[in-house]
Each structure stands twice: as C-alpha cells, then as structure tokens.
Design a protein around this ligand. Structure first.
Ligand SMILES: NC(=O)C1=CN([C@@H]2O[C@H](COP(=O)(O)OP(=O)(O)OC[C@H]3O[C@@H](n4cnc5c(N)ncnc54)[C@H](O)[C@@H]3O)[C@@H](O)[C@H]2O)C=CC1
Ligand SMILES: O=C(O)CCC(=O)C(=O)O
Length: 366
C-alpha cells in the first residue's frame, strides 16, 4: 500500500455501515495550502479501481491548483456507489463527518456523479464543503465556470491553429453531456458550430437535440465509442479519464483535444503520441480549472464577476503553454507539468515558515 501511495501525503478510507458509505479521501500535496478537490461517486468495480482513481485525481488537483495560482493543494475523494440509487442524506452526512475529522486539511465539493445539493447534507457536519447552492452561502454550481473555462480553452486553441477565435469555424465531438459537457455543447451550438455528441444517458442526448432546434448550429448524436472516429476538428472529452490511449489515438481524426474530463491521458506518454500525430492537446488541468477557481474564490465570499475574470486567464495560460511546448520541443502536457512544478518549488522556498495545516478563514461564509 505504501508503494502505491508513495507520492501522496495521506489517504483515508471511510467506512460507515449504517449509511452504506464507503469512501476514500486522498491528499496528494499541501505545499500550496490545504487540499481542495471534488468528490466523485461511481459504482467502482473494486476498491483498487476506486483507489487508483482517487490517487490520480488528487495528484491532478495539485497541478491544477498550481496552474490556476490558487492557495490550495491537491486532494480528491471518491464514494463507491451508484449515484442513481445509492445516495441518501445519511450517506452525505457521514461523509461530511469524515471530512471534518481531517480538521481543515481537506475541502471538497462536486465532481462526476455528485451535485451541489448533495453537499448541503455534508455541510451540516463540516465547514469544509465548497460549491453548495447560493442560498446556503456557497458559490453554486462549479460546472458553470468549468464549462466557461473549456470555451476559453477552445478559443485559445482556435487562435493557435487558425488565428481566429470564432468557435463556428470548427466542428467538435463531445463525449459526455453531464453538468459540464451539456453546457459546452449548448454554447458551441449557440455560436453556430456543428457538434457531434454521445452520452450513455439517452435523456441527455435527447435534451441537447431538442435544445439545438432553437439555436443556430447543429448537433449529431453518435453511438458510444464511435465518437473517437468522428470527422470533427476538436475532440472534447467531458466524461471519464483515460480516454486518450493507444487505441483511441489511432482512431482520432481531429486537430486538437480540449475538454473538461480529468486525467484524459491514460499515461503521460500519450501526450507525446498526440504531439507526434500532430494533434494539439490542451492539458486537462489547465482547461478545466474554472470550477476550482470558483470554489477557491469562496474564501473571499462568492463573487461571480471576479470568478469569470479569473477564469478568462485560462485563455492566456493555454496560449503560453502551447508556446513553451513549441519553443522547448516538449509535449504540451510536459510543458504544463514543468510550469506547475516550478511554481510549487518556488513556494517551498518562499514559505518555509508557512503552516499549511492552518484552516483558511473560510468561516466568513457562516
Ligand atoms: N463539474 C466540474 O466543475 C468539473 C468537472 N471536471 C471533470 O469533467 C468531467 C465531467 O464532469 P461533470 O460534467 O461534472 O460530471 P457529470 O456526472 O455531471 O457528467 C458526466 C456525463 O458523462 C456521461 N458518461 C459517463 N460515461 C460515459 C461514456 N463512457 N461515454 C459517454 N458519456 C459518458 C454521464 O452519463 C454524464 O452525463 C469529469 O471527468 C470531471 O472530473 C473537471 C473539473 C471540474
Ligand atoms: O469543481 C469543484 O468543485 C472542485 C474542483 C475539482 O474537483 C476539479 O477541478 O476537479
């Protein structure tokens, strides 16, 4: 076990038979501040699969926090269960108690399979919850700025490829029409673009087809894995991670991959394979940082205008990473990793006295 978690500071297994909660919290690195990261709920096939997911996701959050320049470190949590049948107030309250037991070392909110209202129950047990609805003092649904950030990432990519930011100039293949993917699809279709979509939930597909009837662009629904081979310009993964791998890279016909899904590359080497195939990759944790920017900003009290302003920085960060990747002849993922690792190293030197176990002044919200 210690070999598996060798890059992490702390991993907590949470078990509450009364509510059926089985969860894992992983804290990767708190150099920049207390760990922050959402909570994913999935019917994982095994504890090992859940552990692997939470370890990868929490490591990604360390880089995401550094890339977005927020004073938090990397953490994430997963609940093992089916989000359509296994949720209950008791389950989220039990989860909240475990989060509270970490005494401010870990803050959490939504991710795949969870919604802001789930965490209203957890909020009864701990202050360390972000992204609850506005009426509970939170900043609301973090998928709104995440989707906005993906649109900025797409604009930067168009700028880099075509010298224009006009979203209608390209076509897109979107995998996943959940909280983020649906909003991205809607904005692209509203901008007049042609969009191919797929989701394992037929209701989500039906809903975007109906919405598109009222908008200038168009939508085509494709079946499952066909999304990888679609003749579109940009692949926009907005569901699971690991979707850029040996098999899918062979099938991709696109010019770029830019989406919200966390950990899109199965392994870092797949970033290099994309580069070799001439496909521009927008590193996931740079492109999808909008939600993080919003929840980290809750420290100062919710302010949507400030969040939108900070989310715009994703456009410049991505252009800078594309530039560094060209100049240093690195894959875009390598360039982004280097940028974030440098930032963490600098902070280590600057803040030798900094106690990262201290709670931020989050209680301004209460
Ligand atoms: N919600 C947020 O603010 C953020 C989300 N992300 C990442 O973006 C991705 C999407 O997140 P959300 O939209 O919040 O999740 P969600 O749970 O609301 O939506 C995910 C969607 O993907 C669909 N899906 C699952 N497996 C699929 C498959 N094999 N093929 C096609 N569709 C599939 C689901 O039916 C669902 O509609 C995740 O990887 C998440 O970690 C990253 C940063 C922030
Ligand atoms: O979106 C959130 O609520 C927190 C940030 C996060 O977990 C993520 O960016 O993956």
């Amino acid at each position: 076990m210690f070999e598996k978690i060798s890059q992490h500071e702390q991993v907590v297994f949470c078990n509450d038979p009364a509510s059926g909660l089985k969860a894992i919290i992983a804290i990767h690195n708190t150099t920049l501040g207390p760990a922050l990261g959402g909570c994913r709920m999935r019917p994982y096939k095994s504890t090992d699969e859940a552990l692997e997911d939470v370890l990868r996701l929490s490591r990604g959050m360390t880089y995401k926090c550094a890339g977005a320049d927020v004073d938090f470190g990397g953490g994430k949590s997963v609940i093992i269960g089916d989000p359509t049948t296994d949720k209950s107030p008791a389950l989220f309250r039990a989860f909240g108690q475990f989060v509270d037991s970490l005494n401010g070392r870990f803050y959490t909110g939504t991710d795949m399979g969870t919604t802001p209202s789930d965490f209203v129950h957890a909020l009864k047990e701990t202050e360390c919850i972000v992204g609850v609805p506005d009426e509970y003092g939170g900043s609301g649904d973090s998928s709104v700025p995440t989707a906005q950030g993906v649109i900025y990432g797409l604009r930067a990519t168009l700028q880099s490829l075509l010298g224009t930011e006009d979203l209608s100039e390209m076509s897109y293949s979107i995998q996943g029409l959940g909280k983020v993917g649906y909003k991205v699809a809607e904005q692209l279709i509203a901008a007049g673009a042609r969009v191919y979509v797929t989701d394992i939930n037929p209701q989500a597909e039906k809903s975007i087809v109906e919405r598109a009837e009222l908008l200038p662009g168009s939508v085509v629904v494709v079946e499952g894995n066909e999304i990888y081979g679609v003749d579109a310009d940009i692949f926009v993964p907005c569901a699971l991670g690991g979707v850029v791998n040996d098999e899918t890279i062979d099938r991709l016909k696109v010019k770029a991959v830019v989406g919200s899904a966390n950990n899109q590359l199965l392994e870092d080497k797949h970033g290099i394979y994309l580069q070799q195939k001439g496909i521009l990759y927008g590193p996931d944790y740079i492109v999808n940082a909008g939600g993080l920017i919003q929840v980290a900003d809750e420290l100062y009290g919710p302010n949507k205008a400030r969040v939108l302003n900070q989310t715009k920085a994703i456009y410049d960060s991505l252009l800078e990473i594309y530039k560094q990747s060209r100049e240093l002849n690195l894959s875009t993922m390598e360039a982004a990793n280097r940028f974030c690792e440098d930032r963490i190293e600098q902070r280590k030197k600057r803040n030798s006295f900094f106690s990262h176990h201290k709670r931020p002044k989050w209680s301004v919200r209460h």
